[in-house]
Design a protein around this ligand. Structure first.
Ligand SMILES: NC(=O)c1ccc[n+]([C@@H]2O[C@H](COP(=O)([O-])OP(=O)(O)OC[C@H]3O[C@@H](n4cnc5c(N)ncnc54)[C@H](O)[C@@H]3O)[C@@H](O)[C@H]2O)c1
Length: 347
């Protein structure tokens, strides 16, 4: 059987992880990388062709099957469209894009060329996520009353100083897109869509290095019943502490916590015995900061298995779109957009 041929666009922290996972997989081959910085600057040691633009990469490698988009968030849509129009399957790092309209453009293009879009939400592979998905889908919790999500992380001057696009509204989009979209994804995956959103934001620590808030309280209703809230901050002093989800339901109560929802803290469900879960993978460690679960091997495996007809896409394009849609609606129901417009007008 021929190997699935991958190209990677963007060789930063996560692009190198995609490349590494492709190299490690027996049924995959890394064909080329696109990255405007030099090999030395981004620390790429693999002996594969290196291009400064996506157009060049696509023109030189018609044999590519799949292209991973691992660039700053604000470039995902335009680069995914280039790759789809060249008839490649695309893996798009989270978030799929920074607007629902851009996600729709991606889905439209993929349908036109009959190619797949794989959204990356690798926290779904963490054992507590797989477990709670089964619990919720089985119905043993009964009606869902309340879901509370807390995300309390640290992102300091070192972080914003080292990664140029982080903090830029057009390229980054905000903390819900860049830091916490995994947890919006898990919430949507488990409980579905939300409405009646209310949100308050504050920027406690990052006025000098970001164009948006670092903290917020959000409340909403689930379309399927029950209500929810998200409290988030990247203004925590010194380190990441928590990404947790507490579920209060008719027949049980569950809390999943840890730094990135990687530990079950308590479970009390009627007539239910908790199974022993596998160990979670550690968080991605980027040296000066830590991120979400190091599960990218499963993402590449899912692409290969899906293209071979052995599996289905773990996070499909519509789910990628819904996460973006939810975050976009959260931001647009607050005074964030207005403040941003006023700020731009004054400058
Ligand atoms: N799934 C996860 O847990 C996870 C974790 C970290 C980052 N990400 C996502 O991955 C993406 C990249 O994040 P990162 O932390 O690797 O950032 P990064 O800054 O380390 O890497 C981005 C790379 O893209 C390159 N780039 C910029 N413009 C480009 C272009 N036009 N064409 C090709 N390359 C270009 C940059 O030079 C840089 O090397 C973001 O969308 C981010 O949200 C996902």
């Amino acid at each position: 059987m021929s190997k699935v041929r991958f190209g990677v666009i963007g060789a930063g922290h996560i692009g190198k992880r995609h490349a590494e996972m492709v190299i490690r997989h027996d049924e995959a081959e890394l064909i080329a990388i696109c990255e405007p910085r030099s090999r030395e600057e981004c620390g790429v040691t693999w002996d594969v062709p290196f291009y400064a633009s996506t157009e060049e990469l696509l023109a030189n490698h018609p044999e590519l099957d799949v292209v991973s988009i691992c660039t700053p968030n604000g470039l995902h849509a335009q680069l995914a469209l280039l790759a789809l129009n060249a008839k490649k399957h695309v893996i798009i790092e989270k978030p799929m894009a920074l607007s629902k309209a851009d996600c729709e453009r991606i889905i439209y293009a993929s349908l036109n060329v009959s190619r797949q879009v794989f959204a990356v939400m690798q926290n779904r592979y963490s054992p507590p996520s797989e477990w709670i998905k089964e619990v919720v889908d089985s119905g043993i919790l009964g009606s869902i009353y309340m879901v509370q999500i807390n995300c309390f992380w640290n992102r300091d001057d070192n972080y914003y100083g080292k990664i140029p696009w982080k903090g830029d509204l057009a390229l980054d989009g905000g903390t819900l897109f860049t830091q916490f979209s995994h947890f919006v994804d898990i919430m949507y995956w488990l409980f579905g869509d939300i409405d009646n959103i209310q949100a308050r934001f504050r920027d406690f620590r990052h006025q000098h290095n970001t164009e948006f808030e670092d903290s917020g309280f959000i409340s909403f209703d689930f379309v399927n019943g029950g209500m929810g809230s998200i409290s988030f901050s990247t203004a925590v002093d010194r380190k990441n502490y928590e990404s947790s989800m507490t579920i209060v339901a008719e027949k049980g109560t569950v809390k999943i916590g840890g730094q990135y929802m990687n530990e079950v803290e308590y479970v009390d469900i009627r007539d239910y015995e908790m199974p022993v879960l596998k160990e979670s993978n550690p968080a991605n460690d980027y040296g000066h900061y830590k991120g979400s679960a190091a599960n990218h091997g499963y993402v590449i495996e899912n692409v290969i298995d899906t293209l071979a007809g052995r599996n289905q896409i773990t996070t499909n394009a519509l789910e990628g779109l819904k996460v973006v849609d939810i975050i976009e609606r959260i931001y647009s129901c607050s005074d964030r957009a207005l403040k941003q417009r006023n700020k731009t007008a004054v400058q």
